[in-house]
Design a protein around this ligand. Structure first.
Ligand SMILES: C[S@@+](CC[C@H](N)C(=O)[O-])C[C@H]1O[C@@H](n2cnc3c(N)ncnc32)[C@H](O)[C@@H]1O
Length: 519
């Protein structure tokens, strides 16, 4: 590939580029060969592209297989989410009510006084301590938006601690001007705090940019104890969004992110992950994408009135009950029934569904109530609708230890439907699918055990082999997906559990003399 730059090996002028990633330049083939042992760890399979509608984005530079690693990246800054329960600024562990300490210098919460000296907290502590009245100091053991300023501060400090990373942050999209025009409250609070309260000499424009860059580009991750964190990544920030993504993002407790191809991706296709939970309905996704990221999504799911045939956000038509109210492409117009033409404003469709979800969460207090809510939801929405999904999840929660023939059959049916739904909304090797397959396999395992106990035999009959084999097939599929979890991920507990159950299944199969699939 042609194109000017500096040689990755000698730093001299270079007109060749690595054909794998198109990022690193070389002055000669010889220097490319010499640099390969170092470069191969960073020769990621994508290149940067730009278009007027979606800006900069990453495009596959070669064909990718399902599950293939696209990029592994550590954050340049990691910190609490904007709205957080007390979290230790020295080690990021959640702070319990009993273990609540405060830094003697800046008064921010810590898990113990030892963390006052933690390297992560040093530079910021000196700055936070200039807030002499403690206006932003979290008040106590409550969730508070005051944590918003911490990642902003850590970013601003990159100017001294990591100038190369700071340059990348400066290059990030922030939509700062639009946020300023809209008087976006979190931004205004942060700007006032950094320019009027803290004594560190930051100018308004820089603070606006950093605050906006975090909202636009930060990726949410989890720490070792599942505490919510967010980080900035100097390569991954270039990946655009789709509600029907082809890339999945998983992280380790230190914030290292692994982006993998969820499905096979052809050379030249954009690499896209979902900035939002795919289990959000259309209006929530478009609302958040517009207010936080300033674009309207035109992915295949969002422009399809049926959301890929799922009717995930559509209620049954209240007029004819023969069709579902469907959205208009581009939004802003009433949803309508293709059968009878009945129309309803989007706000009304959203209000009714959100109220229904609230009712399900409040009223599904036991198994019977949850089952009743599920039946009601199926009469009002499609049985792929997100309200139905919420009701189904509540039923599964209440039935998780129930093993009567009826409840086993309900659990089996619900898991199958949920897996089918996820498969359509978020195809490929996603954690959600891996975990759901594991849960579905558990139902098969429990069904086998119940039947064995009932027959008072210690070995499953030939008839039970079917259930065993179904479980093994699902466990194999689940394990294949969960093996893609990063090496230090806390989610590996699912993989461990799935492997254990699989072993147990084979023990049972061995006692029957049956032949299991996958052996
Ligand atoms: C994390 S950045 C992605 C990189 C960005 N395109 C850039 O040029 O810096 C997120 C921003 O990219 C744009 N973007 C991302 N996905 C998009 C999409 N599907 N359609 C339109 N714009 C998109 C929006 O401006 C969004 O605020």
């Amino acid at each position: 590939m042609e194109g000017g730059g500096r040689c990755g090996q000698c730093g001299g002028e270079a007109s060749l580029r690595c054909g794998g990633c198109s990022v690193v330049h070389y002055c000669s083939k010889n220097h490319q060969r010499q640099h390969w042992p170092i470069h191969k760890a960073q020769c990621w399979p994508f290149t940067l592209a730009t278009d007027p509608g979606t800006g900069r984005h990453l495009v596959a530079s070669r064909n990718l297989q399902e599950g293939q690693l696209v990029v592994r990246e550590a954050p340049v800054v990691l910190g609490p989410t904007a709205d957080s329960f007390p979290i230790c600024l020295g080690c990021h562990c959640p702070i319990t009510e009993e273990g609540f300490s405060r830094c003697p210098r800046c008064s921010w919460p810590l898990c113990s006084l030892d963390c006052a000296a933690a390297p992560l907290h040093q530079a910021e502590c000196a700055v936070l301590a200039t807030d002499t009245k403690g206006v932003a100091v979290p008040p106590g053991y409550v969730k508070t938006p005051r944590y918003d300023v911490i990642l902003v501060l850590r970013c601003l400090l990159l100017q001294e601690t990591n100038p190369a990373a700071w340059e990348k942050v400066r290059a990030m999209e922030s939509h700062a001007e639009r946020r300023r025009q809209e008087n976006e409250p979190h931004t205004e609070i942060a700007v006032a705090y950094f320019t009027k309260v803290l004594d560190a000499g930051w100018d308004e424009e820089t603070v606006r940019h950093v605050h906006g860059a975090i909202i636009t580009n930060a990726i949410n991750t989890y720490g070792a104890r599942r505490e919510a964190l967010r980080g900035l990544y100097t390569t991954l920030y270039l990946m655009n969004h789709s509600c029907c993504p082809n890339v999945t993002i998983r992280s380790e407790p230190d914030g290292t992110v692994y982006a993998r191809a969820a499905v096979p991706i052809k050379k030249g296709q954009p690499l896209l992950f979902s900035y939002l939970p795919p289990s959000d309905p259309l209006w929530r996704r478009q609302g958040d994408l517009t207010s936080l990221y300033y674009f309207r999504c035109n992915c295949e799911r969002c422009i399809d009135h049926t959301e890929l045939g799922t009717y995930f956000s559509s209620p049954l038509c209240p007029q004819c009950s023969g069709g579902f109210l469907e959205p208009y492409e581009g939004g802003g117009r009433p949803w309508s029934c293709p059968e009878c033409g009945e129309e309803q404003p989007e706000e009304e469709v959203a209000r009714q569904a959100e109220e229904y979800v609230k009712r399900i969460q409040e009223e599904s207090t036991d198994m019977e109530a949850a089952l009743q809510m599920l039946t009601d939801a199926a009469n009002t929405f499609h049985t792929n609708h997100f309200v139905w999904l919420t009701a189904a999840q509540m039923v599964l929660h209440h039935l998780q230890d129930s093993t009567t023939p009826h409840t086993l059959s309900v659990r089996r049916d619900l898991w199958q439907r949920i897996i089918g739904l996820y498969q359509r909304l978020e195809p490929g090797a996603t954690r959600r699918k891996g975990v759901s397959l594991f849960n579905a396999a558990l139902v098969e395992k429990e069904a086998v055990e119940v039947q064995m106990a009932a027959s008072e035999k210690k070995v499953p009959s030939k008839g039970l082999e079917e259930g065993l084999n179904r479980a093994v097939t699902m466990l194999d599929a689940s394990i294949k997906i969960l093996e893609l979890e990063p090496p230090a991920s806390t989610e590996l507990r699912w993989l461990e559990a799935a492997r254990k159950v699989r072993e147990h299944m084979f023990d049972l199969i061995a006692t029957t003399g049956g032949v299991a699939v996958g052996q």
